[in-house]
Design a protein around this ligand. Structure first.
Ligand SMILES: Nc1ncnc2c1ncn2[C@@H]1O[C@H](COP(=O)(O)OP(=O)(O)O)[C@@H](O)[C@H]1O
Ligand SMILES: [Mg+2]
Length: 366
């Protein structure tokens, strides 16, 4: 039977604060899941309960079918990696990695074999006689990663392991962590507030907000079908329009602009009218040239005028901040489209909002 980790209605209260509320989740053996959410949403607290450093106020944690609420951290045999590398500075790299095995009185030869194997996995075997302060931050975190794997943990828990590193190193190292996870087939639970990191490495993302789970899904689903307004806002970038939906026409309260909405990728059948929030991703909005050869858009009412306020180059895409009736709209276009239209700040442009690309959420709720 697969060794799954199951959280059932887990709640953690600290005096007046409820850090985690009624959280239920099933993590499959060998799965890579991320807890993603803003600072203070309860990610670390959840991880600490799984590790055994915090006792749940209520709810149950199962591992491999057994309740583990009262089992001490050492007996759970879950590895942990924190943001700070916490290596022993006076021990060499290989002594650091072998430390846990040494404590368990594993024979020296076996330790050496395991240490070499792990250091090879992250390309640091030739650095094994060095001391941590002689290594770069990225190398130190690689050592911390394999050190936590030395004793064959059942699950590896990582709490923002890359936050202290530079952007480029973070991107490399996250790919390396993923590689190690796939190679060893180990269950990993990874905490981050960085949505790009979460989307790029996980099998499933658990989006958290104020102690609650907002959505659990595969990365692509989280991005394309955000289940709540919070997720649409926190993961990726969205433009929001809030107002009253009559028939299929939304009147934005802020600007009085009207948009025709079709039932998009998200099932909005439950929302037939009344107050709603509609969102649209910047890359879904189309720059309309209005040249003679260009066919008119399917839904003329969704063609709007705006003025370019800011232009930002982001590599293959160019992000435009467009003012429409005093509201700022974020629009992403390709670099080649940008070049072709020779756009400048202050230019008047026409934007098309495809009616099928809006997502619709109930108003009032985050
Ligand atoms: N030991 C503690 N005592 C009191 N409040 C705590 C403690 N640990 C965490 N909290 C509170 O619980 C909430 C969730 O914290 P945490 O799990 O650290 O969030 P995250 O890791 O998502 O940033 C926060 O409001 C935090 O201040
Ligand atoms: Mg935290």
């Amino acid at each position: 039977m697969a060794k799954d980790l199951v959280l059932k209605k887990l709640t953690k209260k600290f005096e007046k604060i409820t850090a985690v509320r009624d959280m239920s989740l099933d993590v499959k053996e060998g799965e890579f899941v991320c807890f993603l959410g803003p600072s203070g949403c309860g990610k670390t607290t959840t991880l600490r309960m799984i590790a055994g450093f915090e006792t749940p106020t209520s709810g149950t944690i199962y591992y491999d079918g057994e309740i583990i609420n009262d089992i001490i951290p050492q007996k759970r045999n879950f590895g942990i990696v924190f943001q700070s590398y916490a290596l022993f500075p006076h021990m060499t790299v290989q002594e650091n990695v072998g430390f846990g095995l040494q404590m368990r009185k594993v024979p020296k030869q076996q330790i050496q074999k395991r240490v070499d194997e792990l250091l090879s996995l992250v390309g640091l075997r030739d650095q094994k006689h060095k001391y941590p302060p002689e290594l770069s931050g990225g190398q130190q975190q690689r050592v911390a990663l394999v050190r936590s794997l030395a004793t064959y943990p059942q699950i590896l828990l990582l709490d923002e392991p890359l936050s202290a590193l530079d952007a480029k190193i973070r991107v490399n190292l996250r790919a390396e962590i993923k590689k190690v996870q796939v190679e060893l087939g180990i269950t990993m639970i990874y905490v981050t507030h960085d949505q790009e990191e979460a989307l790029s490495i996980s099998d499933r993302v658990i989006v958290m907000n104020r102690g609650f789970i907002e959505q659990v899904d595969r990365p692509i689903k989280i991005y394309k079908n955000p289940g709540t307004k919070f997720v649409a806002d926190f993961v990726g970038t969205s433009n929001f329009f809030e107002g009253v939906l009559q028939k299929n026409i939304l009147t934005d309260r802020e600007t009085n602009l009207q948009f025709v909405l079709y039932k998009g990728s998200k099932d909005s059948s439950g929302i037939s009218g009344g107050k709603i929030v509609a969102s649209i991703r910047p890359e879904k909005i189309i720059l309309y040239g209005g040249r003679e050869s260009e066919p008119p858009p399917k839904e003329k009412r969704n063609l709007k005028d705006g003025t370019i306020e800011v232009v930002t180059f982001l590599g293959v895409i160019v992000r435009l901040l467009v003012i429409m009736e005093k509201k700022r709209i974020i629009v992403d276009i390709t670099e080649s489209d940008f070049e072709q239209h020779m756009l400048r700040m202050g230019d008047r442009i026409q934007l098309y909002f495809p009616p099928e690309d809006f997502l619709v959420f109930p108003a009032g709720k985050e």
